[in-house]
Design a protein around this ligand. Structure first.
Ligand code: BDR
Ligand code: CA
Length: 311
C-alpha cells in the first residue's frame, strides 16, 4: 500500500476522506493524521480527526495537532458551512483516544526523513500551513516527498470564499505559495473537480443503508453539510471536496487534467488566495502541478460507498 500522511481540518468532507482512506487498506497505509486550523479552530479539528478514527474503530491511528493559525494572517473559519463543531450532524461523544504529544510539523519532518525517500505521499485537505512550516524548518524534506495531492484552488469555477479564492488556499495563501514553489510534485483537486461530485439524496441513502455506525454517522454529516449549498444555491447536494484526494490515489483513472503552472496571489486584496492556473500554457512558466478538471462522479461515489461499507 501507498504510505500517506493526511493533513486535515475536519470538516464533514474531510471526515469522508479519512474514512475512504481507512476503508482502503490494500491501497493506502495511513502513517498519521495531522490536524490544522481551518474550517474550525485547531482544538476542534484535532478532536474531530480522532472522532472519525474512533467511528472507524481505528484508535491506533496517530493523530497530531499542528498549526493554530496561518503563517502570516489571522485564522478565517467556516462554521457557516460545517457548523459550530466542524462536524455537525450526528450526535457524537467526545473522543477518548489520545492526541499524540509530538507537534504535527515535527511528525511530518521526522516521517519524511526516516521513511525511504520517494515513498511518502502528503494528502492535504485544508490550509497548507503545516506543510509549509515543515518545509521552512527542514527544506531537505522536499525532494523526499513522493507526491502531494491537495484539495485546493479553483480556476474556471472561480472561488467559494471570495469570488477569486477557494477556502483552503485563501486561509493561508503564503503557505500555498511555499508549497507550490517547493519542487514537490503536486496534484491539485480544485473546485472545478469537487463541484462535480454532489451528495444527491440517493447517494446519501446508499451510504446510510450500509447500516454501520461509521456509515450512518457519515450520512448524517453529509445531510448537515449539504444544506448550505442546497439552500444557498439550489443545487442537488453538497460538493464532496476532500475525498477526491484519496480517490485519486486509489483510482486515478476517474480524473482528467493536465500539467500546468500554478501561481498563488498573495498580495492583492481583491484576489487574495487566487490560484492562477496557466491552463492554456500562455506563459513559459515551469509546470509545478497536475491540475485536475474532470471527474467520473458516479465512479467516485461507487468507490466511496464500497469502501465505507468495509469499515
Ligand atoms: C475546502 O474547504 C473546506 O471547508 C472543505 O473541508 C474543503 O477542504 C473546500 O473549499
Ligand atoms: Ca477540509
Amino acid at each position: 500500500p501507498r504510505k500517506i500522511i493526511i493533513d486535515t481540518d475536519p470538516g464533514q468532507d474531510d471526515a469522508a476522506a479519512i474514512m475512504l482512506a481507512l476503508g482502503s487498506p490494500a491501497e493506502i497505509e495511513v502513517l498519521g493524521i495531522t490536524a490544522v486550523a481551518g474550517n474550525v479552530p485547531l482544538a476542534l479539528t484535532s478532536r474531530n480527526a480522532r472522532l472519525v478514527c474512533e467511528l472507524c474503530n481505528r484508535r491506533d491511528v496517530k493523530v497530531f495537532a499542528g498549526a493554530e493559525k496561518p503563517i502570516a494572517r489571522p485564522l478565517v473559519t467556516a462554521e457557516h458551512v460545517h457548523g459550530k463543531t466542524g462536524l455537525d450532524g450526528p450526535q457524537l461523544d467526545e473522543p477518548t483516544m489520545p492526541l499524540q504529544s509530538q507537534h504535527a510539523v515535527d511528525f511530518i519532518i521526522e516521517t519524511l526523513l526516516s521513511e525511504p525517500s520517494g515513498t511518502v505521499t502528503l494528502c492535504t485537505l485544508g490550509a497548507l500551513t503545516n506543510i509549509a512550516l515543515a518545509l521552512q524548518k527542514a527544506p531537505e524534506i522536499a525532494p523526499r516527498v513522493r507526491e502531494l495531492v491537495m484539495m485546493g484552488g479553483g480556476f474556471f469555477e472561480g472561488g467559494n470564499i471570495t469570488p477569486a479564492a477557494e477556502f483552503n488556499i485563501y486561509v493561508d495563501p503564503e503557505a500555498a505559495d511555499i508549497v507550490l514553489k517547493s519542487g514537490i510534485p503536486v496534484v491539485m483537486m480544485p473546485l472545478d473537480v469537487t463541484h462535480r461530485v454532489l451528495t444527491h439524496k440517493a447517494r446519501v441513502r446508499r451510504i446510510s443503508d450500509i447500516g454501520t455506525p461509521a456509515a450512518i454517522a457519515m450520512a448524517q454529516m453529509l445531510e448537515f453539510f449539504e444544506r448550505f449549498d442546497i439552500e444557498k444555491y439550489g443545487t442537488d447536494g453538497g460538493p464532496l471536496h476532500d475525498p477526491t484526494v484519496i480517490a485519486y490515489l486509489i483510482r486515478p483513472e476517474l480524473f482528467t487534467g493536465r500539467d500546468c503552472n500554478v501561481e498563488i496571489e498573495t498580495k492583492s486584496e481583491l484576489t487574495l488566495g487566487m490560484t492562477v492556473v496557466d491552463w492554456w500554457q500562455v506563459t513559459g512558466r515551469k509546470h509545478n502541478a497536475k491540475v485536475m478538471r474532470f471527474i467520473d462522479d458516479q465512479g467516485f461515489f461507487d468507490l466511496l460507498t464500497e469502501r465505507l461499507a468495509r469499515l
